[in-house]
Design a binder for this molecule. Structure first.
Ligand code: 4AD
Ligand code: MG
Length: 440
């Protein structure tokens, strides 16, 4: 097959440049995919799509060569095209501009596109590799990029180093979360559930560290908030107590929301998300102790008692009438992890927190101050019936200049799902993995 692309001396502009009115009355070069096509007797209307948007173009029989017009009549949606045309203001066209085509070339004639207008979610998910060209999914992916970018921006500006951790691990990170086992040259390893254990040692080198990587959970939960592989932002900070940890989360989450509102206004509009909702995310977030949360849920009629986990139903109750994020603090030891900091005020609990997103959404972050005392860690592990020997290396870091530190983990896909008010977490991910979804 011939090479489709050669180094070009033509400067192509993007569709958004046309829609912003910068080229009215001018001749432009455009390239992209045929989004929609409408054929009339003497003209073909083509909605041209590139990553920046969709613009109406018109190919008139009298304006182009016979071959060009025949190709335009023959081509199907998703064909790859280039064109030269004159930009005209046109209130009838979506976006307010129309490009009147003078030269036109089909670089690749698409086969019949399997996705048409009315198709089941199942079919669309089976064809996700094609469906992601849809404007809705493209907009979500561009916002996902902005969330990742803004996260890195905030943390870098605050003096954090980005680092990496292994995805193959030999120990469990989060009790309760199920592990995926991997055959590793005749030995058993696991896909990591959290990078925290390998992140904490790194703060002894760099003080403030973060990782943005996948975590894996073999959870059978078929909810709109669970996937088996999710993108996890994990942050660890030295010289930082519980209070400092909550402030850090407030700063980060606010920055993420504001950045999306400011830098992705067009995409939000197309997704029908009000940017004001995101601009309204500001510190301080609301706070409630676990004890208060239990009392609140009991009062509302929920069958729940001290020591129970705060599950989806309770989280929904706690946040459904609220526009502000809510920290729930000081959960009991029994339902949280062994590495969390001893709480002298109430030794039944740890110095930990979950951050719940507004309007019934629920948990998006789990975090805590970390236990700095090696013996306490060992005692915690023994209490839950685990073997301290397996965590020797993790406990070791508390033996040489143990420093107060805190950290947290943000479910990035959940954050995006909340921001964009998506139906299901898989709608926030290019190729989601759930209990039943492993293809494409
Ligand atoms: O609350 P989790 O389990 O906490 C940890 O893993 C800590 N080690 C994090 C840390 O302190 N470094 O998970 C953190 C967040 C949750 O709040 C949730 O947003 C997300 O990860 N999460 C999931 N997201 C999608 N699908 C799943 N199955 C998830 N499990 C957790
Ligand atoms: Mg959690």
């Amino acid at each position: 097959m011939e090479a489709l692309y050669t180094v070009s001396t033509v400067s192509y502009i993007h569709v958004s440049d046309v829609l912003e009115g910068k080229y009215e009355g001018k001749k432009v070069h455009l390239r992209g995919w045929v989004h929609r096509i409408r054929k009339q007797k003497k003209m073909v209307f083509v909605l041209l799509r590139d990553p920046s948007g969709v613009v109406q173009t018109v190919i008139k029989k009298t304006a182009v060569s016979e071959k060009e017009y025949a190709d335009a009549e023959k081509m199907l949606i998703e064909s790859l095209v280039t064109m030269v045309g004159l930009v005209k203001k046109d209130s009838r066209a979506e976006g307010g501009y129309e490009v009147q085509v003078e030269e036109f070339e089909v670089l690749h004639f698409a086969e019949e596109f399997p996705i048409t207008e009315h198709q089941s979610i199942e079919f669309l998910n089976d064809n996700r590799h094609l469906w992601m060209r849809s404007r809705a999914l493209t907009n979500v992916l561009k916002i996902r990029d902005e969330v990742f970018r803004a996260t890195r921006e905030y943390l870098r500006n605050e003096g954090f180093y980005e680092t990496t951790c292994p995805m193959f691990v030999s120990t469990m990170g989060e009790e309760g979360a199920e592990l995926f086992e991997v055959e590793y040259f005749g030995r058993k390893m696991y896909m990591t559930q959290t990078s925290q254990m390998h992140l904490e040692p790194q703060l002894f080198a760099m003080e403030k560290v973060f990782i943005l990587a996948p975590s894996f959970r073999a959870e059978k939960s078929r909810t709109r908030k669970h996937v088996t592989e999710f993108w996890h932002l994990e942050v660890e900070e030295a010289w930082c107590d519980h209070e400092c940890n909550l402030k850090r989360q407030e700063g980060l989450i606010s920055h993420m929301c504001h950045s999306v509102a400011q830098n992705r206004a067009l995409e939000l509009k197309e997704l029908k998300v009000d940017p004001e909702r995101l601009l309204a995310v500001n510190p301080p977030f609301d706070r409630m102790t676990y004890e208060e949360a239990i009392a609140f849920c009991q009062k509302a009629g929920l069958d729940i008692k001290w020591g129970d986990d705060i599950r989806a139903e309770a989280e929904e109750l706690l946040t459904k009438d609220n526009d502000n994020f809510l920290f729930v603090e000081y959960y009991p030891k029994e339902i949280k992890s062994f590495y969390m900091k001893y709480n002298p005020e109430d030794p039944r609990t740890y110095k930990n927190s979950d951050l719940l997103a507004p309007r019934g959404f629920g948990e998006v972050i789990g975090g805590s101050e970390r236990e700095t005392d090696a013996q306490r860690l060992i005692d915690n592990l023994i209490r839950i019936g685990d073997d301290p020997e397996k965590y020797k290396w993790y406990i070791d870091i508390r033996r040489y200049g143990s420093v107060q530190h805190s950290g947290f983990g943000v479910g990035m896909d959940r954050m995006i799902t909340w921001m964009l008010e998506l139906e299901h977490i898989r709608d926030s991910i290019p190729f989601p993995r759930t209990v039943s979804r492993i293809f494409p």
